[in-house]
Design a protein around this ligand. Structure first.
Ligand code: SF4
Ligand code: MG
Length: 327
């Protein structure tokens, strides 16, 4: 089985004002083929920056992002273009992202032109219709304008635009956030079918914890530009290792089956400025469990068994004894 993975590590950014904005740092993880990987955190946690790194819109100051074993920035322009084709992005907000005066068929086919993959008009039309069928858009919509479509159909157009390039990875950045529960469910079913059919890997970047709980096999929890916990689904939702993860999960109203005491970990206050990061643990100013060591020493990610890791000094005190996780 060929596995590809994306690995980002220790990226630093400079701001225009000579101050160092550490938008993302100490980020180091693998993503495996055909998995659903989730990235969660509050706004400003570095999710967007991580997305820009993964899509090669930004280059890390240090460290590397590798895809199928190749450092994506260490290849020539053609290699980088090929990578960008393999990793497609589907954003939130279907209402503003489609050009209002273009027909649906032209919108879905456009990436083929951009990437120089367009053949004859007839072949392109056939390919667009094929993709429309795959994403559940009736072929009658080929000549229609975006304004005649529902929000869910518009999002299917965006997925079609991504799919037409035959990507290996689709990065879903709050893709379903603007949709109602029913449409979300229908699109998640569609994503699952497409995943099986095309061996796709999905990266879900979202603040919607319940959605991530439903679909992601592994999840990275980010706080102030760092991954503070990396865990598989059951472990994270039943036995989170980081106080911030607990707080984040506690704030999600639809998670009923949690094992820990949600009242212990209410999330209060604002995160500190990423321009002036505090010494020690970045979460200390909001952590109900903070103690002296937290204000002088930064915790590093440590193993909690298997592939699960969390960055908190408490893990040195309370031995990591995994609770029994229901099947
Ligand atoms: Fe809280 Fe300390 Fe753990 Fe940071 S290291 S999350 S402040 S207990
Ligand atoms: Mg952001």
């Amino acid at each position: 089985v060929s596995r590809h993975y994306v690995l980002a590590s220790r990226a630093l950014f400079g701001t225009g004002e000579k101050r160092v904005l550490k938008a993302v740092r100490n980020v180091d993880f693998d993503i495996y083929q055909s998995e659903n990987f989730g990235i969660v955190g509050e706004s400003g946690c570095g999710k967007s920056t991580l997305m820009r790194l993964l899509t090669a819109l930004e280059k890390p100051d240090t460290g590397a992002i590798t895809f199928e074993g190749t450092d994506i920035f260490a290849q020539n322009a053609a290699g980088l273009r090929a990578y960008r084709r393999k990793l497609q992005l589907v954003l939130q907000d279907p209402f503003n992202s489609l050009p209002p005066r273009s027909a649906i068929g032209a919108i879905i086919g456009e990436p083929l032109i951009i990437h120089g993959l367009a053949s004859s008009g007839k072949a392109m039309r056939a390919r667009v219709l094929e993709v429309m069928g795959e994403v559940g858009l009736p072929k009658e919509l080929y000549e229609e304008l975006p304004s005649t479509l529902t929000a869910s159909q518009r999002q299917r157009v965006n997925v079609g635009r991504a799919l037409i390039l035959e990507p290996k990875v689709i990065l879903m950045d709050e893709t379903l956030s603007a949709l109602g529960q029913t449409e979300q469910g229908q699109l998640l079913d569609l994503f699952e079918r497409l995943q099986i059919q095309h061996n796709l890997t999905y990266i879900y970047i979202s603040h919607d914890i319940a959605m991530v709980r439903r679909v992601c096999a592994r999840v990275a929890v980010m706080y102030l530009g760092e991954v503070v916990e990396l865990a598989h689904n059951e472990r994270l939702f039943f036995d989170p290792g980081h106080p911030y993860s607990k707080a984040l999960l506690s704030a999600a109203p639809t998670l009923e089956e949690r094992r820990y005491n949600a009242a212990d970990c209410l999330l209060e206050g604002e995160p500190p400025s990423p321009i002036n990061l505090p010494v020690g643990c970045a979460f200390a100013s909001r952590c109900p469990k903070a103690f002296d060591r937290c204000r002088v020493e930064s915790p590093v990610l440590q193993d909690r068994g298997g592939i699960d890791r969390a960055a908190c000094h408490l893990l040195d005190i309370v031995p990591a004894t995994p609770q029994e996780i229901p099947a």
